[in-house]
Design a protein around this ligand. Sequence first.
Ligand code: FAD
Length: 383
Amino acid sequence: MSSAETDVAVVGLGAWGAAALWRLATEGVDVVGVEQYTPGHPHGSSHGGSRMFRTACLEHPGLVPLARRSGELWSELSRVSGRRLVEPTGGLLVGPAGGHVVTGTLAAAKRFDLPVETLDAARIRARYPGHETVPDGHVAVLERTAALVRPEETIRAAVDTATSRGARVLTGTAVHEIVLDDDGVLVRLAGHDLRARQVVVTAGPWLAELVPGLPAVAVRMPMTWFAPSDPDRFSLDRFPVFIRELDSGVAVWGHGLGADLGPVGEVKLGLEDGGSAFAEVQASGVDRSVGEADWRTLTALLPGAVPGLGAAPTRAAVCMITRTPDGQFLLGRPGRDPRLVVGGGCSGHGFKHALGIGEVLADTVLGREPRHDLGFTDPNRFG
Ligand SMILES: Cc1cc2nc3c(=O)[nH]c(=O)nc-3n(C[C@H](O)[C@H](O)[C@H](O)COP(=O)(O)OP(=O)(O)OC[C@H]3O[C@@H](n4cnc5c(N)ncnc54)[C@H](O)[C@@H]3O)c2cc1C
């Protein structure tokens, strides 16, 4: 069996791996990226045309600096790649004043003095007719810097830019096993091996299949698109990116229709996982067919929450997230092993951080001091 060599192998070129490849290549590191499909494919966690970008991170206030750094890196990647990767929209985080969406967002904004505006229910209903059913007592936090980011284009831009800076990329190449041995790392591929000093494993929902023992579980999560009867009510400026918590605690997320965000005339919606809403699966064997069971819970909520969108979606697709026990990421060296770095456990809120995470993973490979205080993402925190 033949064997190629590199300093660093990045396994998995989805959002986080593509970003790591880009940052490592930008640092002049000899790096090879290995991807089982092609960058920007629709089989993992990073497809469907759009993702929400926010900096007031309700999931953990400590993520704010990472999100802000990701925003800067999105500007850089857009500039160097010459591609349009970000669509500014502003974002609404809506719900009961004491609910997890509003309190989490305000806590993050307060800790980092982020410029957000709070709207009462009457102002939400007047300004955003798609949210006309928001009841009194609910509020919205408006983050003007929130945006839509394009996942597939971002991944391709990062991989292409990395390649132009010397990274080598193997696509259509599945990694069968990662062996840590006395000489570093052996990345086993079909027909040949790749020998590296270090490996960065950014395999998304496949992470635990490649690095057994990590507390990361793949979860099947559908996305749905709807055709509104009155498209004007749901234009991106009147129905910008949002997460809306209902009185039950269930949260709906989505955004309105924009120029080139999927087929014309579709509003994208989904349900927050919340740690238990969707089924745990084996990523390699996930059922990719979609049917009524995938949107029943959401469509039952829509007449009371977001009326005017029809009884069933016009389109649906399967996506996956990777759940961890505490809903936070896994970034760092499991077992403090100097040969292994992991980036995974996205828990459904990781796209906005992708470029910053790529930089954090590159820093870890290079042995640099952490630039953000991300101890709560240490993969060894579960003991
Ligand atoms: C429906 C939905 C909506 C979401 N909305 C948002 C949002 O609005 N904002 C936000 O911030 N986040 C959001 N997320 C979460 C976000 O999309 C993910 O956190 C992010 O895409 C994770 O990227 P990743 O690189 O970890 O995984 P992936 O993109 O899945 O990348 C993993 C890669 O590894 C490759 N790979 C795996 N195993 C192997 C192997 N053995 N050999 C070679 N290659 C391999 C895979 O093919 C894949 O390309 C959403 C997720 C879903 C599912």
